[in-house]
Design a protein around this ligand. Structure first.
Ligand code: ADP
Length: 454
């Protein structure tokens, strides 16, 4: 599917850029050809002006002078004196040239003679472009020059072939450059769209992995529930004894709860993905929230004989803006993990520090006053190579795979919450062994504008 989308995107991207490129280059080519044609015609007119001025200055027109003018300007000149052609080049004149001159004269008569000035005794000349019957383009000039005893008519022809050749060469160059550019555009579009699709493809694979892992996690409690119900109903021919039924019902109840917890976690993450879960800022006292969490987890820690301690700032922390529920959820995830991954007789320290940040914190991006919540345990610790992986969805390190309580979603949720509160979450080693999770959150005084996630 992605290959198809990639090819379509490549075509679309290259198609649009090719269209723009071709439109631009064709417009440029057209303007440049028009300019070339205009400047050639102007230069023809200039040369004709000089030639006729010279011609009028001559008292005697010699064959040599006319031949020089012809070869100097690359013109063919035919002169008629009082209606009689001057034969200076008549011998060399071939049939084709004679027909072309005839056509040029006819063209002039049919298109311009009516508009010619009423020239009793005045000279004039008209320059024009025409195409011969042999499909050759010419610039032509008809000139009328009167003198004392009569009149001279000149027909000057200049082939446009060199200009056409120049235009053709220019077109070929443009075509070659455009073809190369289009190929490059296609190549560029191919790699560009491929790069563009990588995050989408990764996201899709992530989703597939997420669904597969979620299905796997749900299958186990569901299988247990089904087998317990089967046993109670006597599906395999042997109905459970009344005293066994109670055990099966308890198992069904706890597995049902386990499924509910997992579904709640997945719903939370899906809301985070679709940016639909929101943060409700209100004035909170982080030290009070920490104290509440501490009290909530003390019995759980005591059950494992773990010493859970709390450290709060000496002077009471002023209230700040935050989301009480999210913060409690975040601390609960970290404390639950700390208790789970710390062996019996271990210790956990929950602490809160608050202060003005003197240097810019790269994670908070701005110079904020911040407060830090830390959960430090002296438990099994997290190897360096796993520190980045533990924030992935459904990731659990080997030691904890068998623990039914954990799905590998806790830290993803903790990270989502921290991000929604515009803070940062880090893990580092506790000096002497174990892990320390640090949550840095911006301190916003009540009265600040509220932020919401989604
Ligand atoms: P889980 O539900 O498995 O705890 P989490 O996302 O909370 O999922 O944690 C992911 C993994 O990170 C855990 O499986 C565990 O290997 C590791 N981990 C988390 N907290 C701790 C901790 N305090 N000490 C050691 N390992 C931890």
């Amino acid at each position: 599917m992605f290959r198809k989308v990639h090819h379509r995107l490549t075509l679309l991207c290259a198609g649009i850029t090719t269209f723009l490129l071709l439109t631009m280059s064709l417009t440029y080519l057209y303007v440049s050809e028009q300019g070339l044609k205009q400047s050639h015609f102007l230069s023809f007119q200039r040369d004709i002006g000089t030639l006729i001025a010279n011609f009028e200055r001559q008292t005697l027109i010699t064959h040599t002078w006319l031949s020089q003018m012809e070869s100097y300007n690359a013109f063919t000149i035919s002169v008629t004196d009082n209606g009689i052609p001057l034969l200076f080049n008549e011998r060399e004149r071939d049939e084709k040239r004679r027909i072309t001159e005839q056509e040029a004269l006819e063209y002039y008569r049919s298109h311009f003679s009516a508009a010619s000035p009423d020239t009793a005794r005045k000279s004039y000349h008209t320059e024009y472009a025409f195409t011969s019957s042999c499909k050759e383009d010419y610039y032509a000039c008809y000139a009328y020059i009167p003198y004392e005893n009569g009149e001279t008519e000149l027909l000057i022809l200049s082939p446009v072939r060199p200009l056409n050749r120049q235009i053709r060469t220019q077109r070929i160059r443009f075509a070659a450059i455009d073809t190369a550019a289009v190929c490059l555009l296609f190549l560029f579009s191919f790699f560009f769209t491929k790069k563009l699709l990588i995050p989408i493809e990764q996201n899709r694979l992530e989703q597939i992995r997420f669904v597969a892992a979620a299905s796997h996690e749900l299958r186990t409690p569901l299988a247990v529930i089904l087998s317990c119900t089967g046993a109670i109903r006597g599906h395999n021919g042997k109905k459970a004894l009344p005293e066994e039924e109670e055990t099966f019902l308890n198992t069904i109840y706890s597995e049902g709860h386990r499924m509910k917890r997992l579904i709640d976690d997945m719903l939370f993450l899906s809301q985070a993905d679709s940016h639909t879960f929101s943060v409700h800022p209100e004035p909170i006292e982080p030290d009070t929230i920490l104290l509440n969490s501490y009290e909530a987890f003390e019995p759980m820690a005591a059950e494992k004989n773990i010493s859970l301690r709390i450290s709060l700032p000496d002077c009471a922390m002023p209230p700040c803006l935050g989301d009480r529920e999210r913060l409690q959820q975040l601390i609960a995830i970290l404390l639950h993990n700390a208790v789970s991954y710390t062996p019996e007789n271990g210790s956990i320290l929950l602490s809160l520090t608050y202060g003005k940040s003197r240097k810019a914190d790269p994670d908070l991006r701005r110079r904020h006053d911040s407060y830090t919540i830390s959960v430090a345990d002296n438990g099994i610790g997290i190897p360096d190579e796993e520190k980045a992986k533990i924030f992935r969805r459904f990731y659990r390190s080997d030691q904890s795979r068998s623990t039914k309580e954990h799905f590998g979603l806790g830290l993803c949720i903790a990270e989502e919450i921290t991000q929604s509160l515009k803070g940062s979450l880090h893990v580092e080693d506790t000096p002497g062994g174990g892990s320390t999770f640090l949550v840095r959150l911006p301190f916003k005084e009540p009265g600040h504008s509220s932020d919401s996630h989604g």
